[in-house]
Design a protein around this ligand. Structure first.
Ligand SMILES: Cc1ncc(COP(=O)(O)O)c(C=O)c1O
Length: 435
């Protein structure tokens, strides 16, 4: 069935993605999962994409889902009063409250969606409905997903240009530019400022503490919502439960996704406060579902998320911080000798390897006959291509192809990370020698 399905994917789903995977030598013939890794004919693959925090098909999460399917519980509740969603929402609020410093009010209201962009959309609409204002601001280099609201928050480029006209009064200001933020908020029409604590697709770029301080203070002063998109940084990835937990003030809305469902099921969440929910939707019960989605927070996905949260212990998150520090240190030390290496970036196990584009004509997309990409650097994808042959799956950042994004599972053995450091070192040497 799998073999036939791969061919059907090429034919019926996305021929260009299939072609790209083939050209780059990505693992396209996966036959099984073993101990959290992918198995393909060439051997095992360690997946650094980041959705599989506990490795592929973690037994505890798989078991929880199997137990649920074997039970006699409904999955979907027609009245929407769903005990599984209730429990998961409570756990998320309690868990985030435990990590928030001092006397800050905790999150107390949760909306469940089926994708990251679905949760971004929920925050976008919450902000407009709660403030009655139109404008939603993001930062240049942001990636918030592909729905029309999320897309409007992106900078011009392939993710945005084909889809205009865009949602009005939404879009980025220059990255980290406090003056631009001050000017925008002064207009009095801003409903929300949406930030990723560390932009992943933007090139593993952290917002500066000066910008964060200004964003926290000025959004409060001007009555705009501060929204943290923690789809990549949340749930332990940076060595903290939330990357925003030490921000000068708690964001008014927090977005979680990706591995919230344990890498097994699609679920995302937007956490906010009862007060904001009330302001946006609390007029009467008919407006309470003005924004909703049919399968958001169904029992099955909540069961998986509850099992994943159980696995995400404080000890595991502390391990992410420690192992991540050592990993980034070893990478930086090993790669420093290469002309094509610039720096290692990130926090915890959210890691970026910044490369210097080669100006050698043989290493250009023009040379490979791919004219559509002549303005893009090849170095990131060439290194990925070499790493796939060594059993490591990583990728270049969507908005900045010079930077490799490396997001290992939290349970990864340090010996595997050391093997990755050796592989990057050797393959970068190979590419340096080519030039
Ligand atoms: C920071 C961030 N926000 C939003 C999204 C969109 O999530 P999804 O692809 O699940 O819609 C992504 C996806 O990678 C993301 O990285």
């Amino acid at each position: 069935m799998l073999r036939e399905g791969y061919e059907s994917y090429r034919r019926y789903v996305n021929p260009l993605v299939a072609l790209r995977a083939e050209l780059l030598g990505e693992p396209t013939r996966i036959t099984a999962v073993r101990d959290g890794r992918l198995v393909e004919p060439r051997g095992e693959v360690e997946d650094f994409h980041g959705t599989q925090t506990f490795g592929h098909r973690h037994p505890a999460i798989t078991q929880a889902v199997s137990d649920f399917l074997a039970s006699d519980s409904p999955n979907w509740f027609p009245c929407r009063v769903n005990p599984y969603a209730g429990l998961l929402a409570q756990r998320l609020c309690e868990r985030s409250a435990r990590t928030l410093e001092g006397s800050r009010p905790a999150y107390s209201n949760v909306f469940f969606a089926n994708s990251g962009s679905g949760a971004v959309e929920a925050a976008f609409k919450l902000a407009r409905a709660a403030t009655g204002r139109p404008r939603v601001i993001s930062l240049d280099g942001a990636y918030h997903g592909c729905t029309m609201g999320s897309c409007a928050l992106m900078k011009p480029g392939m993710f945005k240009d084909p889809f205009g006209p865009h949602v009005p009064a939404a879009g980025p200001i220059p990255f980290g530019d406090v003056d631009a933020l001050v000017a925008a908020l002064r207009e009095g029409d801003v409903a929300a400022v949406v930030l990723e604590p560390i932009q992943l697709e933007g090139g593993v770029r952290a917002v500066s503490s000066a910008f964060l301080e200004a964003a926290c203070e000025l959004t409060a002063k001007h009555g705009a919502l501060l929204v943290a998109d923690e789809i990549q940084t949340g749930l332990g990835r940076t060595g903290r439960f939330l990357a925003s937990e030490r921000w000068p003030r708690r964001p008014d809305a927090l977005i979680l996704g990706k591995h919230l469902g344990g890498g097994l099921v699609p679920i995302s969440a937007m956490l906010t406060s009862e007060q904001l929910f009330e302001r946006a939707y609390g007029e009467h019960y008919a407006s309470a579902e003005a924004h909703n989605t049919t399968f958001g927070g169904s029992a099955l996905v909540c069961v998986a998320a509850l099992a994943a949260l159980e696995l995400l212990t404080d000890e595991l998150i502390a391990r992410v911080a420690e192992v991540g520090d050592r990993f980034r240190g070893r990478l930086a030390a090993a790669l420093a000798r290469h002309e094509l290496f610039v720096q290692v970036k990130g926090a915890g196990l959210l890691v970026g390897i910044e490369l210097r584009p080669s100006d050698h004509p043989w290493l250009s997309f023009e040379h490979f006959g791919i004219d559509a990409l002549v303005d893009q650097p090849t170095i990131g994808v060439l290194l990925c291509h070499r790493l796939y042959r060594r059993g490591f799956y990583c990728f270049a950042c969507g908005h900045d192809w010079r930077i490799l994004r490396v997001l290992p599972r939290f349970t990864i053995e340090e010996a595997t990370l050391d093997a990755f450091v050796r592989a990057v070192d050797e393959e970068l040497e190979y590419l340096c020698n080519l030039t």
